[in-house]
Every structure is written in C-alpha cells, then in structure tokens.
Design a protein around this ligand. Sequence first.
Ligand code: MG
Length: 226
Amino acid sequence: MNAPSIAARAITFRDSTLSLPVRKIVCLGRNYADHAREMKAPVPSTPVLFLKPSTAVIFDGGTVIRPSFSKEMQFEAEMVLAIGRGGSKIPEESARDHVAGYGVGIDMTLRDVQAEAKKAGLPWAVAKGFDTSGPLSTFVLSEEVANPNQLSLTLSVNGEIRQNANTCSMIFPTEQIVSFVSSIFTLEEGDLIFTGTPEGVGTAHPGDLLTASLESVGSVTVKVAG
Ligand code: MG
C-alpha cells in the first residue's frame, strides 16, 4: 500500500501548525494555452474540470506507481490551492480570502488511458485518479504569497528542466478559478484545486525522479516505481 491513511493524508503548512485533511480534489484541464495547443485541444472559454479522489495523494519522497494496464504515464506540474474557508458561489473579489495556502503538485496522467476515454466519450477518472496520481508539496500560508498569479512553475526529470512557465500564463487566474469551481461544487475546508499545467508535459519512466517547484512556495520530489 502506497496511499497514506486518512490521518496521514493531511496537508501541512510551512512555519505553521495548521494541518488540513484532504477532502475533494478539483482539477482544471487546459488552463495554459500553450499546453492546450500541445495536446491539440481547443483553448476553453470556461474552465474544464475533473476530480481526483483524496486517495490519489502522496507527498514528498513518495513513489508514483503506474498501473499495469497503462503504458504511458505523464507528469503535469501545477500550482495547487488549499481551501481554508468553504463557500458556494464565491465572488471573484473575495475568492482569495477562501484560500488557506498554496502548494505545488503533479497531476500524474495515464495518457494512453485518457486518449481512449476521450475517443470513446468516457470519463477521465481512471486516467487521472489512480492511486499515487497526486503528489503534493508542503503548502505555504496565503499571507506569505503576494500574488499567486505571478509565480514561476517548473518540473524537472532527474534534474533536467522539462516544464518552465509562470502562473501569469494561466487562462483563468486564481480568483476566477475559485469563483467558478465554487459555482459548481460547494467548497469546504481541506478541498484542493489543481490549477492546470503549462506546456512541456512528458513521459515518466521507471526510476525517474520528478521534482515540481513553485517559486517561493517550495517543491515536491517523487520517484517513479521501477
Ligand atoms: Mg493537469
């Protein structure tokens, strides 16, 4: 068993005693135009949403395990929002007051399984929600982040940078994301939002070390099972 227990699946915050058990995980697809283009997908006019189960979460030092039915697992580095104060239909003006903090995660994706699902018009749950598909860093409190829409975001494989972007390129910035997501799903303390990945996604091979970093926030490093 690689997935942490419910108690162990709480996110923690740097320089703080705050800890929040992970609840639902909402993810945005295609929130960077250059990534939509590399996936040969249209740039969306409203956010594309999908969910991961909380059991997908692993932390720094963990191991990502590709299920045997997939041959193509890819990494997607993303800024992750931790909801501190719940709400429904949250206005953009107060959206950031609902964010307890910011972290960085990797939206591990079974690209072959997702491609089959897209072709058949089926959900992405398996491709996106398998055990270990959600590596997460430690978070930092909101007040320590001056502008979440202006942070450099990178992913390296065995020390070589493969994704290198800035959250300023997000199609939907933090405030719009929180407001939109809360108009569909009531947000609760401990919910997480993966905010989408920039271009440069690629295959995670057995034995690879994946490190996602978000400027002043921090980083998460996981190993791909051999
Ligand atoms: Mg993603």
